[in-house]
Ligand binder design. Sequence first.
Ligand SMILES: [Zn+2]
Length: 219
Amino acid sequence: MNPDRIPELIARIALADPRVRRTDEAEQIAQIDMWAGILADVPFEYALDAAQRHYATTSWPLLPADIATRWQAVVRDRMNRDADPEPPGVDPDDEQAYRTQLAARRLAVAHGRTAPVDARELTAVPDEVQQRLNRIGQYIPDGARQQLAAYRPVAAERERLVRQGQADPLSVPCPWCDAPTGHACRGRRVHPSTRDPETKRQGGRKPHPSRIDAARTAA
Ligand SMILES: [Zn+2]
């Protein structure tokens, strides 16, 4: 806060705790100087609020360091929750402007003028995409889903297409090989030595081109 506001802050706190008030003028000046230094980063309203909360629960004298410590904890908490997104509307190649905007946003978050943006919001997918993902099944948590992608190539590929806003071929049956909705395409040749050749062939096969066309038409 501006040092000009320190006398007002001390006067308001003195209403709750007269011990804070100094009568000697030299002491007053030294006190204002000391508080101004300790509370330089703390907004006036926050300091007043912290003082009120302090005297609501205890009659111990309030030290300016108590206010500054609480304020630092608030700032730390806000900054920890903030994913520090790119400031909007600034050319990232204009380094000076970019740094200025970034610093201004961090300060606004620290002071509570801007809400922190957490990492989940930054990586969030649009509602429409999320709805399509829900339709193909989202019963595996995202972290595990990514690790499992190599073991479930068909599902992973469907998710990739949906996330990129492309047509999902498995959302329609294949007109070429008759693979039903949700199942990978299969070869038409039936192998006599295996009992269930179609199932055996599922999983790795890319969708037939006519199925991709059908999905694009349906989308
Ligand atoms: Zn097919």
